[in-house]
Design a protein around this ligand. Structure first.
Ligand code: ARG
Length: 460
């Protein structure tokens, strides 16, 4: 147990209080960012003449050696310190003596932790962007290979109109591209540096906040010291974006679980991405997709937890804010893991194209196109809808598809039908006539592919 505030106190901290108050168990993962922040701070202290250049260099060297030793396992982060900030400072003083006590000049743990969390979160955000990009590349491959793989599109989980696998996957591509764009947007707002805000009211030292900000890759220093130490909006925005990513992954998982079921058989998950049963030898279960779906609730919970923590906090720093870390780390770890595994699962999945196509041919997915056929012959759409309705009823009675009826049978329902109907309602025609922007035709999907390649920078 090592306190930072001895002078004012007449008693040592109660053991349970120390344990309850401490955050080192979970904030130790901030060690690199804490040290990098301290190095930038101390460099500036030296340049501004707040401490001597010599002192600054000694502290910098000490900090670098701590970082190296933690990185290569020589120095263990131990729990007798309250948090990672006090651990690093105490270790520095052990290493270089009293000069180490100058590190915390013009700084508070409040602006220090605000900085550490921002630096850490920025790296996590970049890592999530990278993983999203990988998933988008896997999707693009599937899209490029399946512009003529026909399958049913659904509404209410009932077969509706035919689409292609490319088009279907394109819908998920759009979701993930929006997720990527959201991250770029959040990063801009995150990227202002809180260091120099002090405990809450700045400092009396002539700190050069802008230089520290630039040094640490920020666009500028923050604009209000009280806001700087109490702002966790960037975390809430990021957790919200992560929740949306999980919502997308969860919907996608749900589709794949259905498609992988004995009833659908649209896909088969690779053995390496499936699990078996301890009792039923025939089973091959889509556990990865189910876990991704399951973990979505957990990430939503992390967001709700942080929103609730923040909702009643007066300005400026309050210890409640220490609760931001475990939920944020949990969400970061969970989403990265899910994205990584989902990409692997999708890359190795087998699409049963024949079964998808057969499924599209059954269930009257071409009924709208049959109605459009009559409209082109001059019939008002409402009448055409009714004619095709009767036609479908007849097919249900005969247990066949529209195209299985002979021309005579078709003409019994409506004399406008001609031989050209069969071609007009083939899957290929149904899909490729849908030429409007964003529709499933090969031509429209090829346009989409060009756009995806440009966004993913896979194309000049
Ligand atoms: N462990 C603390 C946190 O995560 C660091 C800041 C401590 N500041 C303080 N005034 N007690 O928020």
């Amino acid at each position: 147990m090592a306190d930072l505030w001895g002078g004012r106190f007449t008693k040592a901290t109660d053991r349970d209080v120390f344990r309850f108050n401490a955050s080192i168990d979970f904030d130790k993962r901030l060690y690199k960012h804490d040290i990098i922040g301290s190095i930038a701070h101390v460099k500036m202290l030296g340049e501004q003449g707040i401490i001597t250049k010599k002192e600054a260099n000694l502290i910098k060297k000490g900090l670098k050696s701590i970082l190296l030793d933690i990185d290569n396992g020589k120095l263990e982060i131990t729990p007798e310190h309250e948090d990672i900030h006090s651990f690093v400072e105490a270790n520095l003083i052990d290493r270089i003596g009293d000069v180490g006590k100058k590190l915390h000049t013009g700084r508070s743990r409040n602006d220090q932790v605000a900085l550490d969390m921002k630096l850490y979160t920025r790296d996590e955000l970049d890592a999530v962007s990278e993983l999203l990009h990988e998933l988008e590349c896997v999707l693009l491959d599937i899209i490029k290979q399946n512009t003529d793989t026909y399958m049913p599109g659904f509404t209410h989980l009932q077969k509706a109109q035919p689409v292609t696998l490319s088009h279907y996957m394109g819908a998920y591509m759009e979701m993930f591209l929006r997720d990527s764009a959201r991250l770029i947007d959040i990063r801009k707002r995150l990227n202002v540096c809180p260091l120099g805000a002090g405990a809450l009211a700045g400092t009396t030292y002539p700190l050069d906040r802008e230089t520290v900000a630039k040094d640490l890759g920020f666009d500028s220093a923050t604009f209000n010291s009280m806001d700087s130490v109490s702002d966790r909006d960037y975390l809430i925005e990021f957790l919200s974006a992560l929740s949306t990513i999980m919502m997308h992954l969860s919907r996608f998982s749900e589709e794949l679980i259905l498609w992988n079921s004995n009833e659908y058989q649209f896909v088969e998950m690779d053995d390496a991405f499936s699990t078996g049963s301890s009792i039923m030898p025939q089973k091959k279960n889509p556990d990865i997709a189910e876990l991704v779906r399951g973990k979505t609730g957990r990430v939503y919970g992390d967001l709700m937890s942080l929103l609730t923590t923040m909702k009643g906090l007066p300005l400026a720093y309050n210890k409640d804010m220490q609760e931001d870390k475990e939920v944020a780390f949990d969400a970061f770890d969970t989403v990265k893991d899910c994205l990584h595994l989902f990409s692997g699962m999708l890359k190795t999945i087998t699409f049963h194209k024949d079964i998808m196509e057969k499924s599209a041919m059954m269930g009257f997915t071409n009924a709208t196109d049959a109605a459009d056929y009559l409209v082109k012959k001059g019939m008002p759409f409402r009448d055409a809808h009714s004619v095709i309705g009767r036609l479908v009823l007849k097919c249900i009675e005969k247990n066949c598809a529209i195209e299985d009826l002979s021309l005579e049978e078709l003409k019994e329902i409506c004399p406008d039908f001609e031989n050209d109907l069969y071609d007009a309602i083939s899957l290929k025609t149904c899909v490729n006539r849908r030429l409007t922007k964003g529709a499933p035709s090969e031509a429209a999907v090829n346009e989409a592919i060009k756009r995806y390649e440009k966004i993913l920078k896979l194309h000049a």
